[in-house]
Design a protein around this ligand. Structure first.
Ligand code: ATP
Length: 588
């Protein structure tokens, strides 16, 4: 398939944010796509080469790309940098430069999607001392044969700046329309995606095996399943109202969610955002197989740092000391954990997703043998408010965040945040209650004690409809010297020359960051705001929502991608909930 077809589609898609239009462009593209390249096209649309969980990163630095453009165009790097500074987009700059060049030279040969994909794959796999030179060679060979538009997209994919704003659901809508003639079949595709986390494979299956193939799509061991998430409730009353007369109540431990795939001695771990995290937990790899009484399983657990002497659960931050590439063995002994199992998704070659909670829990207790390291998460069946209050009290005393409430007769709904699971945190019961996970989009340099760090950060929610990050507050409190330092180290490499187009903010920050890091904040209230862009025009015309008195809780949510941050929908729910309290008897 000619790469120019894909480049033209990218170009059209970049010009719109409207979901219907995007879907239409995608359908047109899929209809032109031969079977054997469909999965590649689906990955490339998302700026990837393979599903996220395989961890294949292109990782090409701007400097290297500039050298490659220079090599293939004969134009000095200085001139390219100048053009880049003007447009803020290297893909765009390359296209302008190559346009000048193509007026004087001939194009050599058409490039195909297959060739671009394979070359990018080779680049991603290169390692070692000579890799930089080899990467440059590969890039410039592609650029040599690319027309300006193609070159601009090749560079965007290489640099990770291709942002078409296409949500997975939109891709699935388009696949359903193009290959089954009916958008409603998206639901079937969605199930396949939820159990495989691999949209390319889903696309390939519908193209080669039709809907029948998709319906048969099952769990594949060592491919992560998209996690089931919980809705929040603010009080025991609300929980009873939503859950009925009898339900399970588990500790909500404050650690890292881990999805464990185990077969014999082989163990692979995935984080909440389905990143492979096997390397951070050598202790799990070593100890867990001994506790498992099955040939193969997929389990979910919360890994929690503990005080070894008292067995007490420690806060999430402690665990984050393990997020390092080197000397992990030392971190393992310094920050010991327990693994607290709460679900079983697959066992001895069969899915457990369709089993109800009761049956899953029973199976889990049978399959995972408890010891000092592997535990079943504390659970009890509750029937009334009093039961919840007592269990909540116990859980908080043990160092947990609150409770997870789960319906007894319901299956595991992969990939969805539904009402079968609810979370009740202690702090929900006062003020705004819930914490928010926000994306750091901008920074302001600190003064005085904070010189040399970002004293204040500009934060954003995720707008799912537009796939943008909308500003909601500035936060300057809650930072320790240590956290300011840590944040600076993390954020400094994310500074961009130009504001990322997915950032929606009218503020003037000192620096803009790639919207990637998620941190947790609490606030006293949500108010209407003339400046901030979160929930703009939805509650009131020309107003957005902002957090009042926001405070950093000290938690950097490394395990969350920017798209997993609190959404504008969630902020609307909190805003409305807060109004209800204000009108009712809970008025402070
Ligand atoms: P939060 O910010 O509250 O952690 P989240 O968006 O990460 O929320 P939710 O589904 O809203 O995800 O909350 C569930 C999270 O709580 C899980 O991702 C998991 O890490 C953690 N957790 C702790 N204990 C349990 C439990 N018993 N059952 C399920 N999840 C648990």
């Amino acid at each position: 398939m000619e790469f120019s077809i894909l480049a033209d589609s990218f170009n059209k898609m970049e010009s719109t944010r409207k979901r219907l239009e995007l879907t239409q462009f995608l359908v047109e593209l899929f209809e032109k796509t031969p079977q054997e390249v469909i999965s590649k096209i689906v990955y490339l649309l998302q700026g990837k080469l393979r599903p996220d969980f395989e961890g294949i990163e292109l990782g090409v630095a701007e400097k290297l790309a500039i050298r490659a453009i220079s090599k293939s165009s004969g134009i000095p790097t200085k001139k390219i940098e100048e053009e880049y500074r003007k447009s803020g987009d290297l893909g765009h700059a390359a296209s302008t430069i190559l346009k000048q060049k193509t007026q004087t030279t001939f194009l050599v040969e058409d490039i195909t999607v297959e060739r671009v994909y394979e070359t990018l794959f080779k680049i991603a796999k290169l390692e070692g001392s000579r890799s930089q030179d080899m990467k440059m060679k590969y890039i410039s060979s592609l650029l040599n044969d690319a027309n300006p538009l193609e070159a601009s997209y090749i560079l965007k994919i290489l640099l990770g700046t291709l942002r078409l704003g296409i949500a997975e659901n939109t891709v699935m809508d388009a696949l359903a329309i193009a290959f089954s003639g009916n958008k409603d079949n998206r639901k079937i595709l969605e199930h396949a995606y939820n159990v495989s986390s691999d949209l390319g494979k889903v696309a390939e299956t519908i193209v080669t095996k039709g809907l029948e193939g998709i319906e048969k799509f099952g769990i594949i061991l060592f491919n992560p399943i998209r996690p089931m998430l919980a809705d929040r409730v603010k009080s025991e009353e609300e929980a009873i109202e939503k859950m009925g007369s009898e339900f399970a109540s588990e500790y909500k431990l404050d650690g890292e969610r881990v999805q464990l795939h185990v077969e014999g001695e082989k163990v692979v771990l995935f984080s909440r955002s389905l990143e492979k995290i096997t390397n951070y937990y050598p202790d799990i790899i070593e100890k867990i197989p001994k506790s498992i009484q099955a040939d193969n399983v997929i389990l979910e657990a919360e890994a929690v740092a503990i005080n070894e002497n008292t067995g007490e659960f420690l806060p999430f931050q402690e665990l984050m000391h393990r997020r390092r590439k080197y000397k992990i063995e030392k971190a393992v002994t310094q920050y010991p954990i327990t693994v607290n199992f709460f679900d079983i998704l697959y066992c001895n070659g069969k899915s457990c997703l369709e089993l109800n909670y009761n049956d899953r829990r029973e199976k889990l207790e049978k399959i995972v043998k408890e010891n000092d390291f592997a535990k079943h998460i504390p659970m009890t069946i509750v029937k009334n408010q009093n039961d919840i209050e007592n269990f909540l009290e116990n859980s908080i005393n043990a160092g947990s965040e609150g409770l997870m409430l789960k319906m007894l007769d319901k299956p595991y709904q992969a990939g969805s945040r539904g009402s079968y699971w609810l979370k009740l945190k202690r702090e929900y019961q006062n003020e705004l209650g819930d914490s928010l996970d926000l994306v750091v989009i901008g920074g302001f340099f600190g003064k005085g004690r904070r010189t040399g760090s970002y004293g204040t950060l500009l934060l954003a929610t995720y707008d799912e409809d537009k796939d943008t990050f909308t500003s909601i507050c500035k936060v300057g409190t809650g930072f320790s010297d240590e956290s300011l330092d840590q944040l600076y180290q993390i954020l400094h490499p994310k500074v961009t020359i130009k504001k990322n187009p997915r950032i929606d903010s009218e503020m003037e920050a000192d620096v803009w960051f790639e919207p990637e890091l998620v941190i947790e904040v609490v606030a006293s209230e949500i108010t209407l705001s003339p400046i901030h862009k979160a929930v703009r025009d939805k509650i009131r015309k020309n107003a957005g929502l902002a957090l009042r008195f926001p405070k950093f809780t000290g938690k950097i949510r490394f395990e969350k991608a920017a798209e997993d941050a609190s959404t504008n929908e969630e902020v609307i729910t909190l805003f409305k909930g807060q109004k209800k309290i204000a009108h009712g008897k809970n008025l402070i």
